[in-house]
Design a protein around this ligand. Structure first.
Ligand SMILES: NC(=O)c1ccc[n+]([C@@H]2O[C@H](COP(=O)([O-])OP(=O)(O)OC[C@H]3O[C@@H](n4cnc5c(N)ncnc54)[C@H](OP(=O)(O)O)[C@@H]3O)[C@@H](O)[C@H]2O)c1
Length: 338
């Protein structure tokens, strides 16, 4: 057992990518637990683009992390001492642990106990396809995108955690799926490994032409993870009655010059009678069990696959967060604590 609690505290709000000044690495005593509390040793941290939005000045769907506060993040840990019957010693727990070695679970800081049936899954999957990430792809694609047989579905950030699952779910529903990703290797991967029908390399000079060639009949569903120019080009190709599942806008999360401009092709949403719905996965929290059961079943049947990028070492957490914005992950990015 570690004798101290390392934690990354927010030191200053970054401009652009985070750097060496963004966090202070602090060392505190391991927390002592009282009645109704359990001590959790954090083992894995989920690295998510939204982590960057939480350290900006503006409130998002959660209040900003304050200067001096431990960096907020989802994680997976093990109960190592307990005065709470819901958290027996040895239980695996999942939830907002933060960037630290230990957290305290209680009724006011609840964590989800991983059911025995899921304990055999690789820990990175419990934060990925069988966690918040998989649920985002599941509800966003199936309930907002509503792909049908014969539809053309476009997924941006297609080789990432959410996109890689969302595209596979649209394939399961009989759609033609086009992924947008950075670089030939990721594009080949979504086709060869995940079964997408085509891919567009947005880092290539001719990416707009690639998008046209890959969607000759227009686009019926846009699972939008990126925003900016890519979203604009996709919006311009939406068909009558298309659906946009507005999941994320990662291309703007590090913007230094205020909010990115809106899409020039926005008018096409009106002309084509498009339904666009933004969503925050926390709103589906009560239904996570349903999604995770179905995703596990499809994984067990070999119908969908998951991929992880694992970074080792607590001190690499800030570096790992930047990896998302440089495209240095494939599938779910997690940090394994030492
Ligand atoms: N609404 C919700 O509740 C919810 C929940 C979870 C996630 N999300 C959103 O879903 C999106 C994907 O999240 P994730 O966790 O699955 O992350 P991810 O896709 O695994 O990682 C981010 C990926 O985005 C791509 N990217 C980064 N900067 C980009 C840019 N400027 N232009 C184009 N692509 C860029 C990179 O891939 P390339 O190598 O292809 O560039 C990178 O690997 C994010 O926008 C996130 O905020 C929303």
């Amino acid at each position: 057992m570690r004798e101290e609690n390392r934690r990354f505290a927010l030191a200053e709000r970054p401009q652009g990518l985070i750097d060496d000044n963004t966090y202070d690495l602090e060392t505190d005593p391991v927390p002592e637990i009282g009645e109704g509390e359990a001590l959790v040793r954090v083992r894995w941290i989920s690295v998510d683009p939204t982590n960057r939005t939480w350290i900006g000045e503006e409130p998002t769907y959660l209040p900003p992390v304050q200067i001096g506060e431990t960096m907020r993040a989802l994680g997976l840990g093990e109960v190592v001492a307990s005065n709470h019957e819901r958290y027996p010693v040895g239980a695996l727990v999942n939830g907002l642990t933060g960037w630290q070695d230990y957290t305290v679970a209680s009724d006011s800081n609840p964590l989800m106990v991983v059911p025995d049936s899921a304990k055999a899954a690789p820990p990175a999957s419990l934060l990925g396809i069988l966690g918040m990430t998989g649920c985002t792809a599941y509800f966003g694609m199936l309930e907002i995108g509503e792909p049908k047989e014969g539809d053309t579905v476009v997924v941006s950030a297609a080789a990432g955690a959410v996109g890689s699952v969302a595209g596979q779910l649209a394939k399961l529903k009989g759609a033609r799926v086009v992924g947008i990703a950075g670089g030939p290797e990721k594009c080949a991967w979504v086709i060869d490994e995940l079964g997408f029908d085509a891919a567009v390399d947005y880092k290539a000079d001719d990416w707009r032409q690639q998008l046209k060639d890959a969607t000759p009949d227009g686009i019926d569903v846009d699972f939008e993870n990126v925003g900016g120019e890519i979203m604009d080009a996709v919006f311009a190709r939406l068909n009558i009655g298309a659906r946009v599942a507005l999941c994320g806008l990662i291309s703007g999360y590090n913007a230094e010059d205020g909010r990115p401009a809106g899409p020039a092709s926005f008018g096409n949403l009106l002309i084509k009678r498009v339904k666009l719905q933004g969503f925050i996965i926390l709103d589906y929290y009560d239904r996570f069990g349903e999604a995770i059961r179905q995703l596990s079943e499809w994984m067990g049947e070999g119908k969908i696959k998951s991929e992880q990028t694992v970074v080792e070492g607590f001190e690499n957490l800030p570096h790992a967060l930047n990896m998302l914005f440089k495209g240095e992950n494939k599938g779910k990015l997690v940090v394994k604590l030492d």
